[in-house]
Write a protein that binds this ligand. Structure first.
Ligand code: MG
Length: 252
């Protein structure tokens, strides 16, 4: 499929959806603490999305059973919310999306639950930093490989591992559009990122290299016992003057 370019008016509509999703993520973040269950976080997200006259984007997508993906510790992505309480020292990745006014927004963050190990805190920080390193190279005319390579370079310079099994994606009227957006690759290759390209850029990083395996529930994707995973995602538009963040806030 070709990359679907968005007009400035469409980008505005996506920014509106993205601003809503950022508010919802703030509400979820405020509830992350020892003792909270991920099902409670899911309820908070769903109610906040519906309250804003938006629609949860993940609920029912390919059959996914919840509004948020809640992925603790070594779970990389697609964890299903549960009644198991979060414990101090856990890390928890929350990924969610919504549709508003015909357009999608997609966003993920990894949170520390109470006090976490220095290594876990560094993993979360480096994963976020790699997103911003990627964003720095995005200007009209840059190639997709420039973005991928910038993310990979930062993660590996810190001694961590870029997950290969899952990648980011184009986004717009659909949650998943072309192109795929790998967090690894070579500069100078891939499609040109012209103004109007809208992407969900989402580095997923683990402590060390290991295959990511999907569990029996058909969703939960884990990198192996003790191999912590972090995720950081924003929806971004390429404009004539450079990248525009449609979810989250610049500087993190
Ligand atoms: Mg995504």
């Amino acid at each position: 499929m070709p990359i679907i370019l968005k007009s400035p008016a469409e980008v505005e509509r996506m920014a509106h959806a993205g601003a809503m999703l950022t508010e919802v993520m703030d509400l979820v973040a405020a509830a992350v603490r020892p003792g909270t269950t991920t099902r409670e976080l899911d309820d908070i997200a769903r109610e906040a999305i519906v309250q804003r006259s938006a629609k949860p984007a993940f609920l029912g997508l390919y059959g996914f059973p919840a509004t948020i993906c809640a992925s603790p510790n070594e779970v990389v992505v697609h964890g299903i919310p549960s009644d198991k309480p979060l414990r101090g020292g856990d890390i928890i990745s929350i990924d969610m999306g919504l549709f508003y006014d015909g357009y999608a927004a997609d966003m993920a963050r990894t949170f520390a639950v109470g006090d976490v190990s220095q290594e876990a805190a560094r993993l979360i920080r480096v994963t976020e930093e790699s997103f911003w390193r990627g964003l720095e190279v995005l200007r009209p005319g840059a190639r997709l490989g420039d973005l991928s390579a910038a993310i990979q370079k930062h993660v590996e310079s810190e001694g961590f591992w870029v997950v290969r099994e899952f990648v980011g994606h184009g986004i717009g009227r659909e949650m998943h559009e072309d192109p795929q957006v790998p967090n690894f690759g070579r500069p100078g290759v891939g499609p040109q990122l012209k103004a109007g390209v809208t992407l969900a850029i989402e580095p997923m990083v683990t402590l060390y290299a290991a295959p990511v395996v999907v569990s029996e529930d058909g969703w939960t994707a884990s990198s192996g016992r003790g191999n912590l995973a972090a995720h950081y995602e924003n929806t971004v538009a390429i404009t004539e003057s450079g990248p525009r963040l449609l979810t989250g806030r610049s500087g993190g």
